[in-house]
Design a protein around this ligand. Structure first.
Ligand SMILES: Nc1nc2c(ncn2[C@@H]2O[C@H](COP(=O)(O)OP(=O)(O)OP(=O)(O)O)[C@@H](O)[C@H]2O)c(=O)[nH]1
Ligand SMILES: [Mg+2]
Length: 304
């Protein structure tokens, strides 16, 4: 808690006019704030959600990670209906892992079971720290895969893409799949992509290194002074474009949260567009290791 000095707290020198010390002040304010209600208690294990289209091998992967046949596997799409929580240890680290129903493009609303299965898969996804997005390598990355990945990104959940059934494709098909990756997954180029076979177990152990790194990156904080220094440099080299006849000015920035890293820009004189947010995100990713986690950048009007 706050160290008391005569009941008024420790003084923090700032210059409101120059903005000097404001960043450090904000860091201290944030450190004193109670954690957001969404934050999980520390004793809770990190949650992994296995998601993807029907029949890609999600349940097979869960069984492989657990080391026994905990959930039903079959070649009939739509086998899994309810998300099931299972505790697993992967390379010495413990997690809660959730198998989910395959997410279809349009769940047949007439078939209630289908509709609710997809709904529950989305709920399991929303409360996960990392999504293991399983893709069927024999089919390559499809549009529906891309849609699910966009949902993961918007939910702010960590992302590891798994190209599963790697055992079932030959050298030529592997090359075709590899060549399509930059195009199909370019919009999440920060996500690790692992080739594996849930059925044979080949390369499943790669998750052991990747998962702890993603969790660490999701918890990374950029100190406010440093963040503002860098943003000033990037803005000086590439100022935000004029929109609706007004040029926005970023007054200051602060990383307001983690899991996922969330950066708030206080802006005056105009609006920051999506393109410019992406530009800043790319610069941030060049400087800091945020592999495997979305970054949310929020612009706020300074006057509000
Ligand atoms: N060749 C090969 N087949 C696999 C692999 N993983 C899963 N399969 C097969 O793919 C089929 C579907 O596997 P499941 O694990 O039930 O797939 P799912 O994604 O859980 O399917 P739903 O629950 O219906 O969404 C089964 O016949 C599995 O044996 C793999 O790595 N290689
Ligand atoms: Mg299943």
């Amino acid at each position: 808690m706050c160290k008391r000095a005569g009941g008024r707290g420790e003084p923090q020198p700032v210059s409101a006019f120059h903005g000097r010390g404001v960043g450090d002040l904000l860091d201290r304010v944030i450190a004193e704030l109670p954690d957001a209600p969404a934050a999980k208690p520390e004793h809770d294990l990190p949650r992994l959600a296995i998601v993807g289209r029907p029949n890609v091998g999600k349940s097979t992967l869960l069984n492989r990670l657990v080391g026994e046949e905990r959930v039903i596997v079959s070649d009939v799409p739509g086998t899994t209906r309810d998300p099931i929580d299972v505790e697993v240890e992967i390379d010495g680290d413990r997690y809660v892992i959730v198998d989910t129903a395959g997410i279809r493009r349009k769940p047949k609303i007439t078939e209630d079971a289908d509709f609710y299965a997809v709904l529950r898969a989305r709920e399991a996804l929303a409360s996960a720290d990392i999504a293991l997005m399983v893709v069927d390598a024999t089919e390559g990355v499809t549009h529906q895969d891309q849609r699910i990945i966009s949902e993961i990104q918007e939910a702010g959940v960590g992302l590891v893409v798994i190209l599963n059934k790697w055992d079932a494709i030959d050298e030529e098909q592997r090359e075709i799949t590899e060549r399509s990756i930059p195009d199909r997954l370019g919009f999440v180029e920060w996500a690790p992509v692992l080739r594996m076979s849930a059925r044979t177990g080949a390369r499943v152990n790669r998750l052991g290194n990747v998962l702890p790194a993603v969790l660490e990156n999701r918890a990374r904080r950029i100190p406010t002074g440093e963040l503002n220094r860098r943003i000033r440099e990037w803005v000086a080299a590439h100022p935000p474009p004029v929109r609706k006849g007004r040029r926005p000015k970023i007054q200051y920035a602060v990383q307001a949260g983690v899991n996922p890293p969330t950066i708030v820009l206080f802006v005056s004189g105009g609006e920051i567009g999506d393109d410019y947010r992406r530009f800043l995100e790319n610069r941030i990713r060049r400087e800091y290791d945020f592999e495997g986690t979305p970054i949310h950048i929020v612009a706020r009007d300074k006057r509000k």
